[in-house]
Write a new protein. Structure first.
Length: 293
């Protein structure tokens, strides 16, 4: 029991150390996961900023492209107007030269600089530009507060049955029971103990075919004595005796030999033996028993 207790304590220590090791590993994993989450969040912010800058550059480039296109259109319109004016001037110059080709004109001195003209009218508003492209999603917001503790979960399934425990210590011997009543005299005896100080001990003799005979002690043991003592109303054998005429030698036939009881029989006649009267023994080998009272 002491070794079993020490073994259990050793298992408990190993289990405790294992739990502590698992707890340390779990804490380290949580720290690593937290660090990874922070690094990932930082990288996501940097990436989103770069995407936003790229988007702004793309928008600015598109705006410059549209301004360049509009400027080209305006320049083209101005060139067309200038061409029209030039053609008109050429036509008028030709008409004047035709009218004055026979007149000799002396070139006079340059005239004074003219006054500054009035400010021109405001031009017509241009057409509305195309709708711009949608911007990139904004950066993720800060992490929210932990939610409230959830309700208690349902009870789990019962675990598997544990191993069978060790047998307990043997209990104390019970009190002696009361002596049973004597069997009616009308029941014929089939077994008796002869030569002892009382009916609880002596040489074993059995009754068969109208005569008494002894039992040889070959293979005689406590299981055989258990059946004999119970047949006589006692608790069990205190001792079995072999190879010695402690209670004297019998006479007559040796009726049973090589008796092999299991201890569960109610009669010695139910036990295995050679057969009635079949033996190689003599009366110096008569079996005997002392029953516990």
């Amino acid at each position: 029991m002491e070794e079993h207790k020490q073994y259990i304590e050793k298992l408990q220590n190993v289990s405790r150390e294992t739990k502590e090791g698992i707890s340390t590993i779990w804490q380290n994993m949580n720290a690593v996961n937290q660090s990874c989450r922070e690094d990932i969040f930082t990288q996501q912010q940097v990436f989103m900023k770069l995407k936003l800058q790229l988007h702004n550059l793309s928008v600015n480039s598109e705006s410059l492209r549209e301004k360049h296109t509009n400027l080209e259109k305006e320049i083209k319109k101005e060139m067309e107007a200038l061409n029209n004016i030039t053609n008109d001037l050429h036509l008028k110059d030709w008409e004047h030269s035709t009218a004055l080709k026979n007149i000799t004109v002396l070139q006079g001195p340059p005239g004074p600089k003219g006054d500054k003209g009035d400010k021109g009218d405001k031009g017509i508003n241009g057409q509305d530009g195309n709708t711009g492209k949608s911007g990139f999603p904004g950066l993720p917001g800060p992490r929210g507060h932990p939610g409230e503790k959830g309700d208690k979960g349902d009870m789990g399934q019962p675990g598997s049955q544990g191993y069978t425990g060790t047998s307990g210590q043997k209990g104390e011997k019970g009190d002696k029971g009361e002596k049973g009543e004597q069997a009616p005299s009308s029941v014929p005896a089939v077994i008796r103990l002869v030569g002892g100080a009382g009916s609880y001990e002596g040489r074993v003799e059995v009754f068969h075919n109208g005569k008494w005979g002894t039992v040889c002690d070959d293979h005689w043991d406590l299981l055989d004595g258990m059946v004999v003592c119970k047949m006589l109303g006692f608790k069990g054998p205190r001792r079995v005796l072999t190879s010695g005429p402690v209670f004297g030698t019998g006479t007559g036939d040796i009726l049973m030999d090589d008796v092999a009881c299991t201890g569960r029989e109610t009669s010695i006649f139910d036990c295995i033996f050679k057969g009635w009267g079949t033996t190689n023994c003599n009366h110096s080998e008569d079996a005997a028993v002392m029953c516990a009272t």
